[in-house]
Write a protein that binds this ligand. Sequence first.
Ligand code: PFF
Length: 435
Amino acid sequence: MVFILAATGSAVGLGNIWRFSYMVGESGGAAFVLLYLGCVLLIGMPVLLAEWILGRRGQSNPINTMAKLAREGGRTQAWILIGLSGILAAFLILSFYSVIGGWSLAYILSTVTGTFTDQDAEAVGEHFNSLLGSPGVLLLWHTAFMVLVVGIVARGVTKGLEAAVRTLMPALVILLALLVVYGMTTGHFGEALRFMFSPDWGAVTGEVVIAAMGQAFFTLSLGMGIMMAYGSYLGRDVKLVSTAGTVIVLDTVVALLAGMAIFPIVFLHGLSPGEGPGLIFVTLPIAFGNITGGVILGLIFFLLLTFAALTSAISLLEPVVEFVQERSPFSRVWSTVAAAICIWALGIAALMSFNVWDFPILFGLNVFDLLDTFTSRFLLPLTGLGAVVFAAWFLDRESVRQELAMGTTGTMLWNVVARFVAPIGVVIVFVSAFL
Ligand code: PFF
């Protein structure tokens, strides 16, 4: 049970609410959603299982796990690259994740102070833009978020958080469901549903396909070695397939509910779905500002969002800290502080992309977009590909059979999906993005 809570705590985060909705909006809606669901099922699920299988076999952190399994199987030590690129990805992702975590913290305060009460879409949008336009304020909130994460990781109090996931995660789902009801009764719900679920395949580009796959990896915390590290704590008796199913369903439900809460408000107020990373911050406050008890509901929402962001951020910092601690004379606390300072500094470059550095630096992307795009679309899928290929092709069959503990049909299905469907899927997505 603790395992499911930890894995869900890592998976459910800003990716489901903030990133999912803005990606859907930016990528044109339903085709992206369906491609994302397809990627979750056909690529995400096997990669998740592969990471857990490797982790439970290896019984260590991703680098040592891959070193051990490669040695045992007589394979090259180059497989530890999977562990290394995972750590790099976690490092890079946390830098910009913390900036958005900071926005969520900032909105707790804005909501309680009544900033959104009775405000229209324009005023809410202006509030967000003024936040983006103030690097100093953004830095303050980014720092506050990072300090919270460091405090928790350095003291190793994640156990308490896992217990909190049990109550706070359902609370988040209920609140999102309430917002969906608000969208149904007040917003342009039909239009939102059509936008999210009725695809126009003609408009799909390689860019959309790779973005959908990136979202699947990001939201399930895959390709970062994190799930592999969790796998090493996994009890022998835990059934991998049903546990993966539970985590994936929960994660997907949160994302879909978030979309169904946000888009009715977008269309009601004539906002652009392609607004970008600010989408939830310029839509949901409109709802909170205009319903009775909105201040309380808004406060609870941003508290829950921050909590979800924290549990994910902790899972991002852990592997980096462990890496530093193993290779330096630093204690746990100092390893945490050292890793966090580097991540925090990179985060400053990310937050300046919304104001003073609001220009492309490479491939037409600013620092923030570059960090996000490079990790979710390249590093994560490639690392995940490595994990699933190793588990499906290079780990001995008997180990895999024992780990999965499924009947003959189940094992056969795993073989087909993990050996062919998922790896070929990742390759096809990459190729289609460059056509
Ligand atoms: N899955 C988290 C989210 O959706 O917000 C983000 C994340 C956490 C990504 C941990 C990667 C990770 F290793």
